[in-house]
Design a protein around this ligand. Structure first.
Ligand code: LFR
Length: 476
């Protein structure tokens, strides 16, 4: 029998729905793509940046109606959530993690709970976008929505609820919240209590691969809680043959490795690494800005991705250096202007053209990747030969070769659709069609062509890296 599943993958820019079929090999067919980007809705004093969740549900529903797969699994970005009342009604459109409501909130939490304690309890990195700070911002502003809330569901849990009726949270997505203790495998209620965040709204947590029940839209289909965090799904599909580094590339670059146990040292905390829950493993990684900067610039340029890459290829190299993780780049806005002002503040030359700016972005992403890879090696005490890159950036040969050059390591690029592939693989394991993670990765190696990039000019890049380091974390 041929087994087919639907993998719904919602990202911060696009939502994509794929049919994934397993025979000897996997075949992936994209059925639908739609824009997801947040929307600004006017409020009394300011615009609020929100997710149009019902619209995404409508898109998913329309595909389910005409599909004949055995099951469906949903993965999305992390940290965001929706609140429900006692009748199971969505209380409001959920906030986008890039909304400004969490600015400065992390420090307020540290006034109450020491940073070290939060890290040891949760294993999670400090980012102001985390669920924990979003919830605390609601406590601080006495948000009435929090008062009427009876349940909190992370974004993929919302779709699992709408599709199956089950009110649960899946482990990998719960781990991104920083409300969950990865080392103890349960919600960190003591942290939440100290911050006056209601604990009774947190649902039961289930493991990835849990069959939730029949799909309400299509009774023949099962709803499976897959690895519901997109990055966790992507990591499942990394075709590792041995321990290695991965970069899951998209709006973010998630640069990490897999560990058996969380690494909770003070050094890991100081360097802001995270221990997110993975499929049977810990995803030890760092969030770095990925294609976000380019995506924001391209809202003005309105060019094709391939055109941009070509222009970058023809632009001169190392004209300036940029730290993609600066706070001023986090929220949506006029990114071209912000980059211009950053270059000015840091005493660098102004770059104007599309090619120049995108080359600056690509080079900086490569330097930043090296910076993180070096730290992973220091923190784990291991050396890695290869870097596996999966996700959208795999289509960008120029960037792949930059990363090989910057890191001096072999880059193995592919598969591009790692997230839906991983999402589907976990469903196949849940159905007993694939034995385990190792076999799943073997299927990936058999099914998709991987591209190798060897470092061509590591000496020059390592010289330039020293220059880039001066700008990393620069206070201006
Ligand atoms: C990637 C991702 C990251 C998460 C960020 C915000 O799409 O899921 O892993 O930290 O989005 O949720």
């Amino acid at each position: 029998m041929v087994v087919k599943v639907l993998a719904v993958d919602l990202g911060a820019t696009n939502g994509k729905i794929y049919e994934v079929e397993l025979r000897e090999k996997l075949t992936v067919r994209e059925l639908k793509r739609f824009r997801t980007e947040g929307i600004f809705l006017p409020g009394r004093d300011r615009d609020h940046f929100l997710w149009n969740l019902p619209k995404f549900y409508e898109e998913i529903e329309s595909v389910l109606e005409t599909s004949d797969t055995q099951s469906v699994g949903v993965d999305t970005w992390g940290v965001d959530f929706a609140l429900f009342d006692e009748r199971g009604r969505l209380i409001s459109l959920p906030y986008h993690y890039r909304d400004i409501r969490t600015e400065g909130v992390m420090e307020k939490v540290f006034d109450i709970i020491p940073k070290k304690y939060i890290f040891e309890r949760t294993g999670i990195q400090f980012m102001e976008i985390n669920t924990l700070y979003q919830l605390y911002s609601m406590v601080l502003s006495k948000d009435p929505f929090l008062k009427v809330a009876k349940k909190i569901l992370m974004i993929p849990d919302v779709f699992n609820f709408w599709l199956s009726g089950e009110v649960v949270s899946e482990y990998t997505i719960a781990s991104t919240s920083q409300c969950y203790s990865v080392p103890e495998k349960r919600w960190a209620f003591d942290l939440l209590e100290k911050l006056s965040i209601p604990t009774e709204i947190f649902p039961e947590v289930v493991s990835p691969g849990t069959v939730l029940g029949k799909c309400r839209v299509k009774r023949e289909m099962n709803v499976i809680a897959t690895t519901c965090h997109d990055t966790a799904s992507a990591v499942v599909a990394v075709p590792f043959e041995e321990e290695g580094i991965y970069i899951s590339s998209g709006t973010w670059f998630l640069v990490g490795t897999e560990l058996e146990e969380p690494l909770l040292t003070e050094e890991a905390m100081e360097r802001n690494f995270t221990n997110e829950g993975g499929y049977g493993k810990i995803r030890f990684l760092k969030n770095a800005t990925g294609m976000w900067l380019l995506e924001e610039c391209n809202r003005m340029w309105k060019k094709n991705y391939s055109e941009i890459v070509e222009m970058a290829e023809n632009a001169p190299s190392f004209q300036a250096f940029l730290d993609p993780d600066r706070e001023e780049f986090l929220h949506p806005g006029n990114m071209l202007e912000r980059i211009r002002s950053y270059l000015e503040k840091t005493g660098q030359r102004t770059l104007g053209g599309i090619g120049e700016i995108s080359r600056l972005i690509f080079e900086s992403l490569a330097f930043n990747s090296k910076w993180i890879v070096e730290q992973i090696e220091e923190l784990t005490g291991r050396r890695y030969e290869k870097i596996h890159i999966v996700g959208g950036a795999v289509k960008n040969d120029l960037l792949m070769s930059f990363i090989a050059d910057a890191t001096g390591k072999i880059v193995v690029a592919g598969p591009v659709d790692a997230t839906p592939i991983g999402n589907a693989l976990v469903q196949f394991i849940a159905m007993g069609e694939i034995k385990d993670l190792d076999e799943a990765r073997e299927v990936v190696r058999k099914s998709f062509e991987l591209k190798m990039f060897e470092p061509k000019n590591p000496e020059l890049w390592s010289e330039k890296y020293e220059e880039w380091r001066r700008y990393k974390g620069m206070r201006v």
